[in-house]
Ligand binder design. Structure first.
Ligand SMILES: [Zn+2]
Length: 478
C-alpha cells in the first residue's frame, strides 16, 4: 500500500510502527462556530482512510483533538455575551452531530485541549529544560532558531521562512518563534495556573501534548487540510522532536486539498462558505460523500450545486442497479445457475473489478478511480441482466461485492435511502412532530386539559412548544 507523505513529497510504502496497528491523528475543529463543507471534505477523506485501513486488516486507533480554548472562542463568546466554555461545548456538540450526519463514524476518541493542560505544561517544561523554549513577559515561546529541521515539512528554506515572519512581539528572540503558553491575567479570559503564572496554551502545543499522551512521541499518520502544513504542523514537528529527541514525529503526513468555490478556497474569512447543516438541508450525506470521493483527496475540488446534483445522479445509477439486482433475486424466473462458461466469465469479471478497486485504493486512496471501477462493474452487470445471461449466484456475488465497497466508502448503495434507524435525532424530531399533531387534534376537539398536559410534560423534558395560530406549532429543545 502506497501513501503520499508531505514530508518526502513522494508516495511511500506504508509501514506502521507496530506491525498491524495504525495510530492516526487528524486535527479537529476549533469549536467556535458551525463547521463548513470545506472541513467536511477533510473529515470524510480521513473517515475513508480509516475505513480502508481497517478493511485491509489494520487495527486503527483514530484520534482527533477538539480545540476548545482559543482566541477565536474567547472573541466569539465576548461578542455573544456567552461563557467561552459553554460556547465551546455547544459547538462541539453541533460538530459531533454534523459528523454523525455525514457518516463520519470512525474516530475512536475526541480529546479536548482543556482536558490536557497538565500534559501541555509538562511538554513545555521539557522544552524549557532542553533550551528550546524561553519565557518572556508575554508568555513562553519556542525558539525556532534552535531547531535546525524547522521548515522540513513545508519544504521551506531559511529564506522562505523569513518571509513568513509576520508576528512581531518585541519580547521574542526571533520573529518566527511561536507561542507555547500565553500569559493572561484578565478575568474575562479562560486561564490555568502554570510555572509561568496564569495563562492558557498556544494552539500548536495542544496537538503534540494530546498525541504524546495516547500514542507516545512517534506515530503513524497525521492528517489535516493543506493549509495546516505551515505553521501548524511544522510547529508540531519542532515541539515533539525537540522534546523527545526522536524523529520522525510522524511516519506519514497526509494533507487534503481545498474545497473551492469558483476557484477560490472555501473559508470562513472569505465568507464564501456553506455550513454542513445548510448543505444537508438540500442534499443527502451520501451524495455529498460521493461528491467528495469523486476527486482525489489531495486535489482541489470545486463545489457547486451542479456538481452535487451530478454526484446524486451518479449514485442513483448504482442504487438503481442494486434495486434491480434485489428484484431479480426475488424473481422466480431468474436462473439459479448459468452455463459453466458464463458463470466463470462472471466470476473472472467480479474478481477483476475487486482487484482493480483495491489497486486504486492501495495507490494513495485513489477514490475517483475506485469509483470508476465500480461503474465499470455496474455497466457490465446491467448488460448481462439485459441479455438475461446472469444467474442468481452471480447476482448474489455482485451484490456482496457492492456491499464491501459501500462499507469502505461509507456510502449506502441501497435505494431505500439513508438508514433512518441509525439517526436517533431524526427519530426524536419525528416523535415530537407526532405529539404536536396529536395535540392539535385535541385542541380541535377543545380538550384543552389534555393538550396542556402534553405541553407541560414536554416542557419538563426541556422541549418547549409554541402554538401557531393556524394550528400545529413549533418546538425548541433547550
Ligand atoms: Zn492541529
Amino acid at each position: 500500500m502506497m501513501i503520499h507523505s508531505t514530508l518526502s513529497g513522494n508516495k511511500e510504502p506504508f509501514q506502521p510502527i507496530h506491525k498491524n496497528r495504525v495510530n492516526l491523528f487528524v486535527c479537529g475543529p476549533t469549536v467556535y462556530d458551525d463547521s463548513h463543507i470545506g472541513h467536511a471534505r477533510t473529515y470524510i477523506a480521513f473517515d475513508v482512510v480509516a475505513r480502508y485501513l481497517k478493511y485491509r486488516g489494520f487495527s486503527v486507533f483514530y484520534l482527533q483533538n477538539l480545540t476548545d480554548v482559543d482566541d477565536k472562542i474567547i472573541q466569539r463568546a465576548s461578542e455573544l455575551g456567552a461563557e467561552p466554555a459553554s460556547l465551546a461545548r455547544k459547538f462541539e456538540k453541533r460538530y459531533l452531530e454534523d459528523m454523525h450526519n455525514l457518516g463520519v463514524t470512525n474516530v475512536n476518541f475526541y480529546a479536548r485541549a482543556t482536558e490536557h493542560i497538565p500534559e501541555i505544561i509538562s511538554q513545555i517544561e521539557r522544552l524549557m529544560e532542553k533550551g528550546f523554549a524561553y519565557e518572556t513577559q508575554t508568555g513562553v515561546y519556542f525558539d525556532e532558531s534552535r531547531f535546525e529541521d524547522f521548515g522540513k515539512l513545508s519544504h521551506q528554506t531559511a529564506e522562505d521562512l523569513e518571509r513568513h515572519r509576520i508576528e512581531p512581539d518585541p519580547t521574542k528572540r526571533n520573529p518566527g518563534d511561536f507561542s507555547l503558553w500565553k500569559k493572561r491575567e484578565d478575568k474575562e479570559e479562560v486561564t490555568w495556573d502554570s510555572p509561568w503564572g496564569r495563562g492558557r496554551p498556544g494552539w500548536h502545543i495542544e496537538d503534540t501534548a494530546i498525541t504524546e499522551t495516547y500514542f507516545g512521541p512517534q506515530y503513524d499518520i497525521h492528517g489535516g487540510a493543506m493549509d495546516l502544513i505551515f505553521p501548524h504542523h511544522e510547529a508540531e514537528i519542532a515541539q515533539m522532536e525537540a522534546a523527545s529527541g526522536r524523529k520522525p514525529l510522524v511516519r506519514c503526513w497526509m494533507h487534503t486539498g481545498f474545497l473551492n468555490v469558483k476557484g477560490e478556497k472555501m473559508s470562513k474569512s472569505l465568507g464564501n462558505f456553506v455550513t454542513i447543516r445548510d448543505m444537508l438541508q438540500r442534499y443527502d450525506a451520501d451524495s455529498f460523500r460521493f461528491f467528495v470521493l469523486s476527486a482525489h483527496y489531495r486535489s482541489p475540488i470545486d463545489f457547486s450545486e451542479g456538481a452535487l446534483e451530478q454526484s446524486r445522479r451518479s449514485l442513483e445509477r448504482i442504487r438503481q442497479l442494486v434495486k434491480i439486482i434485489e428484484e431479480q433475486l426475488e424473481c422466480s424466473e431468474t436462473p439459479e445457475t448459468a452455463s459453466e462458461a458464463l458463470q466463470s466469465e462472471v466470476d473472472i469479471r467480479l474478481a477483476e473489478a475487486k482487484a482493480k478497486f483495491l489497486e486504486f485504493m492501495d495507490n494513495d486512496f485513489n477514490t475517483p478511480y475506485a469509483l470508476g471501477a465500480i461503474f465499470e462493474l455496474v455497466r457490465d452487470v446491467n448488460r448481462r441482466m439485459n441479455e438475461k445471461t446472469i444467474s442468481r449466484k452471480a447476482l448474489g456475488d455482485a451484490k456482496n461485492l457492492l456491499g464491501e465497497w459501500e462499507w469502505i466508502l461509507g456510502i449506502s448503495f441501497s435505494s431505500k435511502g439513508p438508514e433512518p434507524a441509525q439517526k436517533p435525532e431524526d427519530l426524536i424530531g419525528s416523535l415530537i412532530e407526532l405529539l404536536i399533531e396529536i395535540r392539535q387534534k385535541l385542541r380541535d376537539k377543545k380538550d384543552w386539559q389534555l393538550a396542556d398536559d402534553i405541553r407541560n410534560r414536554m416542557k419538563e423534558l426541556n422541549i418547549v412548544l409554541e402554538d401557531a395560530k393556524a394550528g400545529g406549532g413549533k418546538y425548541t429543545i433547550k
